[in-house]
Design a protein around this ligand. Structure first.
Ligand SMILES: *[C@@H]1O[C@H](CO)[C@@H](O)[C@H](O)[C@H]1NC(C)=O
Ligand SMILES: *[C@@H]1O[C@H](CO)[C@@H](O)[C@H](O)[C@H]1NC(C)=O
Ligand SMILES: *[C@@H]1O[C@H](CO)[C@@H](O)[C@H](O)[C@H]1NC(C)=O
Length: 407
């Protein structure tokens, strides 16, 4: 599980869309193209009939032992390889996954992660964040980040650094140090410079496109589009973004520099603020190469392909590339055939929208298996957000990804 603090969880939960209504007994609760409720009122159970139709059957008319429900879940069937297909048919630079140090002791997990026909890129979930890399002022520790950087090198995968400055997982020596604006600027410069420079020496720079990247700034906005308040923005407003980007470019002139954010999948106040920020950075000549669209989404509530494409194009029209950096599509547990089918369609929607926009360079899922997903630890009762299940077997979501890159 990723180390996500309670305040992040609270921040995210505060902005969750309210749960949609439940279907009545005998009502539809799933099926291709179905946009209504995916759960049933108490006393009935959503039951898979076929790809196009799931129905709320009264309890007692269905066998609901765990083993039967589990056995009935559809699995993935595609034999195509996600990174290979992302490059050959999708026209993208990679399909990748986040990972984290604790789970690398799982040798089966690690072997699949290292298969570069499945994953052409990896992102460290936690080990390059500020609390991991500069836990005390001026004391830099890179051991865990190096493990993941080395893994990418060994396996011929691109590396995405993550991240230089974020309101969360920030050590208290920074947030509670009582520093002046000038001191905070120099602390941020020093941190960004040291961390990015360290990995500049380790990055692979596999191809001419040189798509190793850094999420330099993470989550600068609130969901209403206002500037997120924390120690750096309180003292410096958004000028801290410029400080970090300039330091990162000086430290590694070859890495693509990104600002990474959630809930900017489609148009809205938060997307508008991101566009305004990136336009002003471009106008000022500040180094900025990309916008990371995290893509933490909900089964049955993914924006339409047209809405995604329109927003992706609005971003790339600013003269930057984009990437889907943390994709997962969660559901309220337990998994049902209907939810798995909807999730498959939802993955296709996002991947095919990225495929349709030339400036969308790649897609990263936020770890690849439900076994190590951050979702259940942060969103109580939710999970099953990833294309591989707890046993590392592919789900229909995987077929959805292949279809998105293929069609
Ligand atoms: C900057 O980083 C160096 C290590 O490269 C450290 O010795 C120094 O104390 C740091 N300065 C500040 C102001 O944090
Ligand atoms: C990473 O690889 C470098 C170069 O081979 C090596 O010196 C270093 O010890 C490795 N670090 C870790 C943490 O594995
Ligand atoms: C911070 O910057 C934003 C975006 O430029 C601006 O809208 C806002 O008014 C600024 N806040 C303060 C307190 O200056």
């Amino acid at each position: 599980m990723l180390a996500i603090s309670a305040s992040l969880a609270a921040a995210i939960l505060a902005f969750l869309p309210s749960a949609s209504a439940q279907s009545a007994v005998w009502g539809q609760c799933g099926g291709q193209g179905w946009t209504g409720p995916l759960t049933c009122v108490a006393g009935s159970t959503c039951t898979f009939s076929n790809t196009f139709y799931s129905q709320c059957l009264p309890d007692g008319t269905v066998t609901t032992t765990t083993s039967v429900v589990g056995a009935a879940l559809p699995t993935g069937t595609s034999t195509a390889k996600s990174n290979t297909v992302a490059k050959s048919l999708g026209g993208k630079l990679y399909f990748g996954s986040a990972t984290d140090n604790p789970e690398l002791t799982d040798t089966t997990y690690k072997a699949k992660l290292g298969d570069n026909t499945l994953f052409g890129q990896i992102t460290p979930g936690n080990s390059m964040k500020w609390d991991a890399t500069e836990p005390q002022q001026g004391v830099f520790t890179f051991t865990n980040g190096d493990v993941i950087a080395n893994l990418s090198k060994t396996n011929g995968q691109l590396l995405r650094g993550h991240n230089c400055v974020w309101y969360n997982q920030l050590p208290s020596w920074v947030s509670s140090g009582g520093f002046s604006a000038a001191q905070l600027t120099s602390i941020l410069q020093n941190h960004t410079m040291n961390v990015v420079k360290h990995y500049a020496g380790q990055e692979l720079h596999i191809d001419a496109a040189d798509e190793d990247a850094w999420d330099v700034v993470n989550e600068p906005f609130n969901d209403d589009g206002t500037v997120r308040q924390f120690v750096f923005s309180e003292a410096l407003n958004l000028s801290y973004v410029t400080t970090a980007l300039v330091a990162a470019r000086a430290a590694d002139p070859k890495a693509k520099l990104y600002i990474n954010e959630y809930n900017i999948d489609s148009a809205g106040a938060k997307s508008t603020s991101m566009m305004n920020l990136v336009s002003s950075l471009k106008a000022a000549g500040t180094p900025i190469d990309g916008i990371g669209i995290q893509g933490h989404l909900i089964v049955g509530q993914v924006p339409s392909k047209a809405a995604l494409i329109a927003n992706y194009q609005a971003f790339t029209a600013l003269g930057v590339e984009i990437a889907i950096t943390e994709l997962d599509i969660r559901m309220t547990l337990p998994e049902t055939p209907a939810l798995r089918a909807q999730q498959q369609a939802d993955y296709t929607t996002v991947i095919s929208a990225c495929k349709a926009v030339a400036g969308c360079v790649g897609v990263t899922i936020w770890d690849y298996t439900d076994k190590y997903s951050w979702i259940p630890g942060v969103f109580s009762g939710q999970g099953a957000a990833l294309p591989w299940d707890d046993n590392l077997a592919i789900k229909p979501a995987y077929d959805g990804i292949i279809a998105g890159f293929t069609n």
